[in-house]
Each structure stands twice: as structure tokens, then as C-alpha cells.
Ligand binder design. Structure first.
Ligand code: IMP
Ligand code: MG
Length: 180
């Protein structure tokens, strides 16, 4: 493979660290949220996290149902366009259901605010939120997630489902793209 144009990626959270954190998150969620939870996975970035969290939830004794929504906000490679676009909707009816939305990164907060507002408007009984990474410095919309994997500084991350220009989703770790 030609690696000349590959950016350098420094590991922030390795696979073992992520796996351990997810077990704890799953136990917290299983203790606090109802059995008949509907999990809504925000594609694409959170698909690896959601797959691992779902299996950890099963180990923690929870049997949620799962649906998927595709939201996009990125105008260019690394700069948010500011508007959130519903590219593909869920098929489940959320009325009177307790839902938990899973996303990869809580950044400006616009994506999660869009998703929670949508589920609330559709009559969900409760809307909980879970993100793998919280870029707490970057918030532009007032929203916090109920369950957070890790807090991170304002750096561009890839791996474990998260992409840069559609690349690096398959990395087993979360890494930081070196900007120099
Ligand atoms: P928000 O709407 O600004 O909170 O953006 C959240 C979305 O932006 C996430 O779901 C990611 O898809 C994307 N995003 C934010 N930061 C990064 C990053 O460092 N790497 C890759 N995608 C990112
Ligand atoms: Mg995303």
C-alpha cells in the first residue's frame, strides 16, 4: 500500500481501554434505563461503538430493540456545515417508547440536539443519549449526553467507526490525526 499521503495517527484510546469502558457504560445503562429500551444508532460514525455496546448490554442483562438513522452535518472533510440533514430515517414508531440515541461524538451538539428534538416531537416517552466521545470544549448548542465513553480535547479523531473523508473507520483504536 502507498502510505506516502497517509496522515500520522497517534493512539488516544486503545482497543482494550475502549472495551473496558464499554462494559462499565453498559452496566450503568442496564441499571438505570428500562428493559424495553429502543436504541437509535446515528450512522455512520457510531456503528462500531453501537455494535460493541449492544453486546455489552446483552451481557449486562438488557434486551433492547435497535433502529438506525443516518444524519450528516459535515460539509467538508473536517469542517461542520452547521445544518443537520436527515439522510435516512428509522422505521420504528417511537411514540410512548423510552429511547436512547447513540452517536460517536458530541461536538457542537447540533447533531444530538436534532436527533433528540426529532424523537421528542414524535412523542417518545423519554429520550436518553449516549456518546462515545464528548468534545466538551466545542459545544455551541446547550446539550449534554447522559452516558459518555470518554471526554476528549478539541482534536480531530478517527478509528473505531469514526472517519476522516470516509477513511479509517476500521481502525481498532481511537486515534488523533497529527496536524503539522
Ligand atoms: P456535532 O453536530 O457538531 O455535535 O457533530 C457531531 C458529528 O460530527 C459526529 O457525529 C461526527 O460524525 C462528526 N465529528 C465531530 N468531530 C469529529 C472528529 O474529530 N472526527 C470525525 N468526525 C467528527
Ligand atoms: Mg456522526
Amino acid at each position: 500500500m502507498d502510505t506516502r499521503n497517509q496522515p500520522e495517527i497517534d493512539v488516544i484510546f486503545d482497543a482494550e481501554t475502549i472495551a473496558k469502558r464499554i462494559e462499565i457504560l453498559a452496566k450503568d445503562i442496564a441499571t438505570e434505563l428500562p428493559e424495553d429500551l429502543l436504541i437509535i444508532v446515528v450512522l455512520k460514525g457510531s456503528f462500531v461503538f453501537a455494535a460493541d455496546l449492544l453486546r455489552a448490554l446483552d451481557r449486562a442483562g438488557m434486551r433492547p430493540t435497535v433502529d438506525f438513522v443516518t444524519l450528516s452535518s459535515y460539509g467538508t472533510e473536517i469542517q461542520s456545515s452547521g445544518t443537520v440533514n436527515l439522510a435516512r430515517d428509522i422505521s420504528e414508531n417511537v411514540r410512548d417508547r423510552a429511547v436512547m440515541i447513540i452517536d460517536d461524538i458530541l461536538d457542537t451538539g447540533r447533531t444530538m440536539a436534532f436527533a433528540t428534538d426529532l424523537m421528542t416531537a414524535r412523542g417518545a416517552a423519554a429520550v436518553h443519549t449516549c456518546v462515545l466521545l464528548d468534545k466538551h470544549e466545542k459545544r455551541e448548542v446547550q446539550i449534554e449526553a447522559d452516558y459518555v465513553g470518554f471526554k476528549v480535547d478539541d482534536v480531530f479523531v478517527v478509528g473505531y467507526g469514526i472517519d476522516m473523508a470516509h477513511l479509517f473507520r476500521g481502525l481498532p483504536y481511537i486515534g488523533m490525526v497529527r496536524q503539522d
